[in-house]
Ligand binder design. Structure first.
Ligand code: SF4
Length: 180
């Protein structure tokens, strides 16, 4: 059980991503991307430009539509330092808010980037198993490293309103209270 002073110190530090945790999260994401790139290149090279375009869109458009309007803009946030990364690309937009279209702009390219290689690998048991394991690892790492602290400390209403992982982490948090 944490003391109140410990919790308030953590809250005042938020976001303060831990470098070791970020190394784990980024490594899992990089492993998924490397496996996806290999799959597209070897099995469906004609669709590789589409996949690369989806990855590039996912890595930039949400940074403009979401991160520039987030409380963590410019800061070392727990989602792969996205706040710092977005500040290198775009100016802040504190007067604008994140809406459902921002989330769609992130979700569509993100789904293509993740699911297209999965579909291309459907006849390879080995690749499917690897994608399954990496997806599971990514979700667990994401919730443990980023989402739980987001639920605990973030104040942006859009996260509570729209983010599915926020809802999952919130539900898990009430079950696993002692472990987080
Ligand atoms: S918490 Fe999420 S939305 Fe906010 S800056 Fe970081 S990556 Fe972007």
């Amino acid at each position: 059980m944490e003391s109140e002073s410990c919790q308030s110190r953590e809250a005042s530090d938020y976001p303060d991503a831990d470098p070791k945790e970020q190394a784990v999260l980024i490594s899992v994401g990089a492993a998924y991307l490397a496996t996806a790139l290999y799959t597209m290149w070897r099995k469906k090279p004609g669709l590789l430009p589409l996949w690369l375009a989806a990855v590039a869109t996912w890595a930039t458009l949400p940074k403009y539509l979401i991160c520039t309007r987030c409380e963590c803009y410019g800061k070392p946030c727990d989602f792969t330092y996205g706040g710092r990364y977005s500040a290198k690309l775009f100016k802040p937009q504190p007067d604008r808010t994140v809406d459902v279209y921002s989330l769609i702009a992130e979700g569509v390219p993100g789904a293509v980037a993740m699911m297209l290689p999965f579909a291309v690998a459907r006849k390879s048991q080995g690749l499917l198993t690897l994608f399954g394991l990496l997806s599971l690892l990514w979700q667990v790492a994401l919730i443990k490293i980023a989402c739980i602290r987001c639920v605990r400390y973030s104040t942006d209403p859009f996260k509570r309103k729209y983010c599915p992982n926020y809802k999952i982490a919130g539900a898990l948090g009430s079950v696993l209270r002692e472990g987080i």
